[in-house]
Design a binder for this molecule. Structure first.
Ligand SMILES: C[S@@+](CC[C@H](N)C(=O)[O-])C[C@H]1O[C@@H](n2cnc3c(N)ncnc32)[C@H](O)[C@@H]1O
Length: 234
């Protein structure tokens, strides 16, 4: 099966200089993705749109948040990366920023390590752990050696399709530095998710949620991005 965007100029137009590496990722997904349980059988001809370009829609939002943080060396944690969405795309597009992919499943870790090596993503680090195991101060020694020295949480946490906000808030906000941000790809029900998660958000100092309609590419359906601040006030 061939991707419907394979002979289209859209992926290269959207991805610019990251296109070459992400085309290698696309080839690997097309060749091995379904066989290795990374993507579903119905995704094989829409890998560009559903997975790679959809993940890339987060990049401008992350850049904007990083600029507003004014931190010398910010770090990004992509939680529940699965086959690398959005983490591999973010790490490729933002090659001067360290991106940590946190994923508990061994099979997926093997895949992610292969992708990182094949794309030569020297800024992307793969950590086999659950979110709960990378809470600053609570990391096991096993996990610690994959995190940066003086780790005190991620300045930006990204994720897609990991959990609804009622559950996601308690999973990811303990990992975000004070003043840091959650920048997540979310589905159409994000408004309802936020309403239901009000109590958890208060508990974890998650404030000022903003939902954005994020363009994927001209002629393709847009996606939704949720940005939430971690309050610096305790
Ligand atoms: C539905 S998949 C989404 C994968 C990827 N983000 C995507 O959009 O294709 C959810 C992922 O979250 C991971 N996950 C589940 N519980 C987790 C936890 N407590 N901490 C980190 N990752 C978790 C699963 O192993 C799985 O890879």
């Amino acid at each position: 099966m061939t991707d419907v965007l394979s002979s289209s100029p859209i992926p290269e137009q959207v991805l610019g200089e990251s296109y070459e590496k992400l085309a290698l990722f696309h080839e690997k997904l097309e060749r091995e993705g379904e066989l290795r349980g990374i993507i579903g059988p119905r995704d094989v001809d829409i890998i560009w749109e559903r997975h790679i370009l959809n993940s890339a829609a987060l990049v401008p939002f992350i850049k904007k948040e990083i600029n507003s943080l004014e931190i010398l060396k910010p770090i990004i944690g992509d939680i529940g990366s699965g086959g690398g969405f959005p983490g591999i795309i973010i790490g490729t597009c933002l090659s001067d920023i360290d991106v940590y992919l946190v994923e508990p499943m061994e099979r997926r870790i093997e895949w992610l390590n292969e992708v990182v090596a094949e794309l030569n993503l020297t800024n992307v680090h793969v950590i086999r752990a659950r979110a709960q195991e990378v809470i600053p101060g609570k990391e096991s020694n096993d996990v610690k050696r994959f995190l940066p020295k003086n780790y005190r949480g991620f300045d930006i946490v990204t994720c897609r399709a990991v959990a609804p906000m009622t559950k996601l808030t308690g999973m990811v906000f303990p990992l975000i530095t004070s003043g840091g941000k959650l920048v997540a790809l979310k589905g159409r029900s994000v408004d309802t998710e936020l309403e239901k998660a009000a109590k958890e958000m208060k508990k974890y100092h998650a404030v000022s949620p903003h939902i954005f309609d994020a363009p994927v590419a001209q002629g393709l359906e847009s996606t939704r991005v949720l940005v939430v601040n971690k309050s610096s006030k305790k």
